[in-house]
Design a protein around this ligand. Sequence first.
Ligand code: SF4
Length: 709
Amino acid sequence: MTHQTTCCYCGVGCGIVVRQEPNGRLTVEGDKQHPSNRGMLCSKGMNLHYTVMDQSDRLLYPQMRLNRSMPMQRVSWDAALERTAAVFKTFIQKYGPDSVAFYVSGQCLTEEYYLVNKLIKGFIGSNNIDTNSRLCMSSAVVGYKLSLGEDSVPVCYDDIEEADVFYVQGANPAWCHPILWRRIEAHKAANPHVKIICIDPRRTDTARSADLHLPIRPGTDIVLNNAIGRLLIEKGFIDNEFICNHADGFEAYREQVMQRTLVEAADLCGVDPDDIEQAAYWIGRSKGFLSLWTMGLNQSVVGVNKNLALINLHLITGRIGKPGNGPFSLTGQPNAMGGRETGGLANVLPAHRDVTNAVHRAEVEAFWQGPVRIAAKPGLTATEMFDALADGQLKAIWIINTNPMVSMPNANAVEKALKNARYVVVQDVSNRADTVPFADVVLPAAAWLEKEGTMTNAERRIAYLPSVIDAPGEALPDAEIIWRFAQKMGFGDSFNYANTAEVYQEYTQLTAGTNIDVTGVSYELLKRKRTVQWPFPANSEPLDVNTDNNVPIGTKRLFTDHRFYTPNERAQIHAVPDGNASEPTDDDFPLVLTTGRIRDQWHTMTKTGRVAKLNQHSPQPFLQIHPDDARTHGIRDGQLVVVRGRRGEVRVKAKITDDVRSGLCFLPMHWGKILNSNLNRANNLTNSLVDPRSKEPDFKFTAVTVLPY
Ligand code: SF4
């Protein structure tokens, strides 16, 4: 028996065919008919079935304890949810609705995101829901909103084959979005004139394949992009017609970028001015200019400005809304996009509405009906939630499918915050989640292939994921856990669902008339057509959606008419200052640490860490350090070292390499607790600084020193 589904790791959203043998054994292969991956899978996707078949770490039944000194006891679903509802009601009555919070995940399906939002924002009356997507995409969200009027990725994967210049900044798609990268490589192999420019202080596999690598100093991305902007203006590569008719803000932008000469900019970035000129020339002469970025821009204390500085290059050259052209933020998680669409951040409501907008609140309140009261104040964001737990302002947190003890910055502070919390609910698939020992209640969730729902990938492509096998023990789909809890809270009339199809249908109705209208999408359509790219309003598609074929349907590109989602329909070019506000280095902590992913691991390794084949690539954490810095700090290759920062330390083996520039070192972010110690956890070192607008943490810039152990 075969089933078509979607990979649950990264935002590429590859189609997968799952085969179920009569003996229950599962195999996976790439779905040749899926428009995103065309049959290809990366190492993580190819080994996905092992994570399902190995159930040794699964949480199997609800558990509860009356205080933290007691052991966990197996309880019924009713007992776990009734007690949690009683605790939540008590806190809400005594301290107000903002005393409770949900911290969810880009792994959650759209329906799950929607339900948690509806519950807390609409019925509990607090906007305290945030997601680990806050840690990876929120700077891009704000960047798109400020420049294009809404959080809208304008391009599609088919733009890869239409582009002739790829500008990859702060991203390593060769490892982190491998299937997109293979499409880029194949396109370049067939079209040798295609240029790849990589901007990264590390010589990654992406940088190795590039025609031009600019290993800039950490934190100087805006300096570089403003310098390229200046060159594009000076060399006459800008699109005056586009600027005149479709964009505002150009004069202020020109004034800003003219403040620094090319030589000054190159000096600040630590690269050759000729290389900056070369990049500008290739961009200026290109027919298709596609920029790709991820955490190197987003995870920054100036992440929004970094996004704007890059998007500006598209707006001044008019390279948007045309095949092969546009800014393309690559999402890290499989359903970070779906979460954003349903309002899964503390400051937004479904369909990209805003909690601070009274009209938007009224629209959603009227739709949800019942005792709905949406607060006007944005809720606590990811880092704010743990700060609020630490100072006692937040009493209860419900953590769904994410592992903040490893993934949040300043992880030691997160650990203290969880210890201080009055009530912690952990809803997860795996007992490997580092939050489990801190929980008062543990709820077992169904995993990939064990529940149905939808996800949206990085190109706005919605896919349906079927339930293929039974969940083990008493594990339940996340959506069902939430609607059962809502019923226990007394909101049964509004959470009386028979299945997730009903939840999805309700969500789509809330998008009617918005820029992300998906009223034409249903489970039934998705099962027939495989995927749909939003927007896809009801009755708007001229294609015959009733035929059973794999012709992609929906909207490939946005802004093809150059009418943007701003009030005056003009894009906004922003003059952004090029300063950085990261933690300063000094004599005690002279090196900059950046964290990131490695090829075969996924986030905190609760899944990929169990697959022997994937562990072979890089079995242990390591610190990349430049030979000059190693010499200065007395470090030998392979030696155990202590990486020490202002908040904690990490012990790993040193890897001396000039793949990092001098002054920079790199630590993978995946490892958490090993041998009952957290000394491998990169986020022992990172700080809680966030971008003031996106509230995304500054993971890529931490002041450290390195000592022999
Ligand atoms: Fe899965 Fe991403 Fe690999 Fe595709 S590229 S198989 S979505 S991890």
